[in-house]
Ligand binder design. Structure first.
Ligand code: AMP
Ligand code: MG
Length: 410
């Protein structure tokens, strides 16, 4: 069933990016900022290192005083002090002199080289013998890492462990972060029940609530879960009346062709539909529109479809709202080699699940055997989507685009 009216995924993604709000910003403690998106460029408030300092535990001296030092003919220098990290040696290292120095300690005036402690021995009477030449390269230069006033993190950067460390190193105790988008999740379906209790005949556990809440959190949204409703128009409307201000309502189920698909009915009846059906598999019935001011993205109920549509479409919306500078998952692809055939569909782009292995010849993608959109296991056992263009089959050995998933699932 290939609707000529179905939008290409890229067009649907473009509509969502266009429709995304611009979110304000707030100051966040750096310690709490993992996963947040920078609202402004961050410049360094200091040089790093702040001073020339030693890259080793050892002895600082003048390079010329230990130029020919070796095991058989050590350079003997007068030990005039020491510089532990954080406690600079205030004097000057003169000709024929050395100080004990420790990693990270400021290199004193006069010294221009370091000999590692392993290539030295202290001699009674206040001397040290150096068994190899002093090296200037073991001095870490002031500002070799960060220069005060320079921008090292740009707005739009999602803060990961490395960026948080860098922000801290630049002196920022708090950071300007884009406000989290508020996203409400409503799962629907007469047959859907909470996990943790016995199933009646014909029922399924609400796996979408679990996966979609997690996907939303991983995307940096502030997620609110509404109480699930059955396939009942009245219950659906009442649920939405309880809804506070959100930037996006995500629904699960009820957007397909069935007689009891109430989310579809509601959006067509009382809302403004921007698109229904996207030429992608899984995820074809995806629906997007507005109910009054409220943007609503209707995800199909099939567990794989709901996750894939979240990753392809909801993420495009949320990433745009957050002003993220990295591409949304659908556009963040890697070249790989097909390790198995991947079957396409006539007028839809297919996004089958695959497992990636990283070998000498690059990334190889192996198809999971069951590609049904109801097979939850494929999202957990696979770690990538393969992009199979409409109307094509991919043979083993062909070069393909894959969308790695790991980074987007947590
Ligand atoms: P629907 O999109 O409502 O036509 O549902 C498609 C399929 O997904 C049906 O087999 C449903 O039972 C299943 N399904 C719907 N909602 C969920 C959910 N929240 N968790 C797991 N499966 C679901
Ligand atoms: Mg249903």
């Amino acid at each position: 069933m290939n609707e000529p009216s179905a939008l290409a995924p890229l067009e649907a993604l473009g509509i969502l990016q266009q429709d995304a709000p611009t979110l304000g910003s707030e100051r966040v403690e750096l310690i709490d900022a993992l996963g947040r998106v920078l609202a402004e460029d961050l410049a360094s408030q200091c040089d790093h290192p702040g001073v020339d300092n030693s890259g080793l535990d050892g002895y600082a001296c003048r390079v010329g005083d230990a130029a020919d030092a070796r095991q058989a003919a050590p350079a003997r220098l007068r030990l005039v002090g020491e510089a532990p990290a954080g406690r600079p040696f205030d004097g000057r290292v003169g000709p024929g002199e050395a100080i004990r120095i420790f990693t990270g300690a400021a290199v004193p005036a006069g010294a221009d080289g370091i000999v590692p402690v392993e290539a030295s021995r202290e001699v009674e009477g206040g001397w040290v013998e150096l068994l190899q030449p002093a090296r200037a390269a073991d001095i870490r230069r002031r500002a070799q890492d960060l220069e005060q006033g320079q921008v090292y993190l740009r707005r739009g950067r999602r803060l990961d462990a490395a960026a948080l460390g860098l922000a801290a190193g630049m002196g920022h105790g708090t950071v300007p972060a884009v406000r989290r988008p508020r996203v409400a999740l409503l799962t629907t379906g007469d047959e859907v029940v909470d996990p943790g209790r016995p199933l009646q005949r014909g029922q399924v556990y609400d796996s979408n609530a679990a996966s979609l809440m997690a996907l939303g959190q991983a995307a940096g949204a502030s997620m609110v879960r509404l109480p699930r409703v059955g396939d009942d128009a009245g219950a659906l409307e009442r649920a939405l009346e309880q809804l506070g201000a959100v930037d996006l309502l995500l629904t699960s189920g009820g957007v397909s062709m069935g007689r009891y698909d109430r989310v579809r009915d509601l959006l067509f009846g009382r809302g403004a539909v921007r698109f229904w059906k996207v030429a992608m598999k899984p995820g074809g019935p995806a629906l997007y529109g507005r109910l009054g001011e409220l943007p609503v993205l209707g995800l199909p109920g099939n567990p794989v479809s709901s996750m894939v549509v979240f990753l392809v479409l909801a993420r495009a919306y949320l990433d745009a709202a957050l002003g993220r500078s990295d591409p949304p998952p659908y556009l963040d692809r890697r070249p790989a080699r097909a390790g198995t055939p991947f079957h396409g569909a006539a007028a839809k782009e297919s996004l089958p699940r695959a497992r990636l292995t990283h070998g000498a010849e690059g990334i190889v993608a192996t198809a999971l055997t069951n590609q049904s959109s109801g097979v939850l296991r494929s999202m957990s056992e696979g770690d990538a989507l393969v992009v199979v263009p409409a109307g094509r089959d991919i043979a083993a050995g062909e070069t393909i685009d894959v969308i790695p998933l790991a980074g987007h699932l947590r």
